[in-house]
Every structure is written in C-alpha cells, then in structure tokens.
Design a protein around this ligand. Structure first.
Ligand SMILES: Nc1ncnc2c1ncn2[C@@H]1O[C@H](COP(=O)(O)OP(=O)(O)OP(=O)(O)O)[C@@H](O)[C@H]1O
Ligand SMILES: [Mg+2]
Length: 355
C-alpha cells in the first residue's frame, strides 16, 4: 500500500480544451479517494493514466517508490505490471465463463497453481457471499450478484491499488446502496488505496475518506468530505457539492439581499462577488422574527424533508427542513440564519476566509 503522486500531468486529445491540465496531486496511501466532477472534466482520463491505459503527454506518475510513468526519463510500467484492480462502468463478466472461471481469470493469466487458485477462490467466495454460485454463468445471476462477482474478480490478484470508474452507475438505487456498503466494508477490511470516479456528489460524500473535486482538467480541492461541504475553497466546489445546492446570492444582481447578508456577517459588500448559504442552515420563522422576510413560492415535500422556495427581494432562496413549513404558498415569513453559515466568494470565485 503506497501513495500515488501525480506531477504536472498534461493530457490533450487535440480538441479545443485540454482533458487534464497540468495536474499535480498526491493521493495518500490507504485512502478511499473519490474523483468528483461534472461530465467531461477529466476524471476518466486521470484514472486511465494512473492505470496505464492512457499515456500522458507529459508529467510523472509515481506509486510509492515505483515510477509508473515519467516523460522525463521515458519510464513506463505496463498496466499488467502495475498490480491494479480495475473496474469500469461496463464491468461485464465474461458470459461464456462460470463464476469460478471469471473470478480466477487473473490468476490463470499469472499461471498460478490449481491449489493457489482454489484457495483464493474459496476466500473470495466467502467474502462476497457467493457460495452456491460456482458453476453458474453470469446470465444466471441477479445484477447485484454479478457486481459481487466483478468485485471478486478484481480482487483475485490481491491488488494494492483499486481503480474504479463509476462502477455502480448501471445499478438501480437499492443495489447501489448495497454495493456502496460493500465497497466501504472492503476498504475497511483490506485497507487498500482506492480511487473511485463518480459525478454523483452523494456517492462521493458517503464513500470517500477524501474527495478530489475536479473542474476543467484540474483538481479544485481535495479534502475530507465534510471539509469539502463545510469549507469549500471555491464557488465551483460550493455549488457542486450539496443537494439541493447552495443558494448563491450575487452582489450585483441580488443587491438588496446581498446588502442584508453583508451586514449580517459584517463584511464589505464590494469585496464579495457572491454570497452562499446552504438550504439547511436557514430557518423559517414568523414574519419579522428573522433576519429577512420573504414570500413562500413553492413547497415540495420529499417524505423525510420539506424543500421550500421563498422569494426574498425577487430572489428565490431554497430552504430545507425536516419540520413542515409554518406557512403556505404566498404567505410572508421570516428567515433566520447564523452569520457563520453564510459564505462569501471574491471576484476570482474563491471563498473569503474571515479571521
Ligand atoms: N479518446 C479520446 N479522444 C478525444 N477526446 C477525448 C478522449 N477521451 C476523452 N476525451 C475528452 O477529454 C475530456 C475529458 O474526458 P473524460 O472522459 O476524462 O471526462 P469525465 O470527467 O470522465 O466525464 P464523464 O463524467 O462524462 O465520464 C472530454 O472533453 C472528452 O471529450
Ligand atoms: Mg468518465
């Protein structure tokens, strides 16, 4: 188990934009890192370069003391010699092979003895609750069972580094939940380093020990999930993580509301391009009892919570609460928030940290 270090990695496929833009980052040993970002931001390309399935235009990739790739020295370790576990969105098992054959495939490639294959198979069979499936073909398994076989196949060669690219995206929500706990358990038990690509912020928040938020071929922030949520470094990170997303109040467009926020948190409005406030940090109170008044526009019950849209000086703010709203549509209510829950972002869209 070792850390992964990327140094000045550039990958350009020749289009207008660069896929991975001078990326330097260290993913510490034993972490469950989620690469999170919108479509096209370079997640898969980054993962494929770590796997050796794509060659960077320039830069270096180290795994512990091993050099996976260096454009300086010309070193390049092939994928099959990187001791990786790989799993992609289309994790497809080989349909003509039984569960047993699928799982020991990597060991066959390594020309392991029959005893070794059998021993490892029995370990994995137990770990993934696959007893009784040994001679079945993939078409005779449920989706969740197929996923477990795919995980077992990936782990057969005892990789020290797992690279997963949206492996759960084909599953329905129940199975996803089940597989998430499976992966979490796996990470806990095996203690291996995992890099997991997703564009689903909820998946990243629940799985990762560390989230790397990517935007336009760069990592904007890498931190523990709650740190990303509570202390986003940029407007992009603030908006990308959280559902419903953070309310953004623009100093120019939403001037009256912005003035009110700047007073409450005691900051010069001129320094701030946007303010941000998370839906769950605002509390609905009686008219004139809060910091500002607004009119209820929409009420959306989700079952567990209520998402309420309130219009304040022409701007729609979303609040979320487990209590039912104290008013109905078109009622005027007050909104209360704590100054420490209001974020401010400067002209470069970076969060202003107040002392
Ligand atoms: N083989 C390729 N040839 C040309 N352009 C590519 C190739 N692979 C990726 N790209 C481009 O590089 C950029 C990054 O792609 P990448 O697949 O890494 O994004 P991603 O973050 O994984 O997106 P998604 O969430 O949609 O999977 C995109 O603009 C994409 O069009
Ligand atoms: Mg991708």
């Amino acid at each position: 188990m070792s850390e992964i270090k990327l140094k000045s990695i550039i990958k350009n496929f020749g289009g207008n934009s660069i896929a991975v833009d001078n990326l330097s980052e260290t993913f510490p040993a034993g972490e469950f890192v989620c690469l999170l970002g919108p479509s096209g931001c370079g997640k898969t390309t980054t993962l494929r370069m770590i796997a050796g399935l794509e060659t960077p235009d320039s830069g270096e990739i180290f795994y512990g003391d091993k050099t996976f790739f260096s454009s300086k020295t010309g070193e390049l370790i092939k994928t099959e010699n990187r001791n990786l576990g790989l799993m992609f969105q289309s994790y497809a098992l080989w349909p003509h092979m039984t569960v047993y054959k699928n799982i020991i495939f990597g060991l066959e490639m390594q020309k392991k003895s029959l005893e070794e294959k059998e021993k490892r198979y029995l370990e994995l069979e137990k770990l993934f609750h696959l007893e009784n499936f040994r001679d079945r073909y993939p078409s005779e398994l449920s989706g969740g069972q197929q996923q477990r076989v795919a995980l077992a196949r990936m782990l057969a060669i005892k990789p020290s580094l797992l690279l997963l690219d949206e492996p759960l995206s084909n599953l329905d929500s129940n199975l996803r939940l089940e597989m998430r706990s499976e992966l979490k358990r796996l990470h806990h038990n095996l203690g291996c380093t995992i890099i997991f690509v997703t564009h689903d912020q909820m998946e990243a928040m629940t799985l990762a020990t560390s989230i790397a938020v990517m935007n336009d071929g760069k990592i904007e922030q890498i931190d523990k999930p709650m740190e990303i949520y509570n202390n986003p470094k940029s407007l992009f990170v603030a908006k990308f993580v959280g559902s419903p997303q953070m309310n953004i109040v623009n100093s120019k467009k939403d001037e009256k509301l912005a003035t009110c926020l700047s007073k409450k948190i005691n900051i010069e409005k001129e320094k701030v391009k946007n303010f941000g406030i998370r839906p769950e940090t605002m509390k609905m109170v009686k008219q004139d009892d809060g910091d500002i008044n607004g009119t209820i526009e929409t009420i959306q019950p989700t079952g567990a919570d209520w998402i309420v849209g309130v219009n304040v000086y022409g701007k729609s703010l979303f609040l979320i609460s487990s209590d039912p709203p104290i008013g109905k549509e078109n009622d005027t209510v007050g909104i209360f928030f704590k100054p420490e829950d209001c974020h401010s972002f400067d002209n470069n869209d970076l969060r202003i940290i107040k002392n």
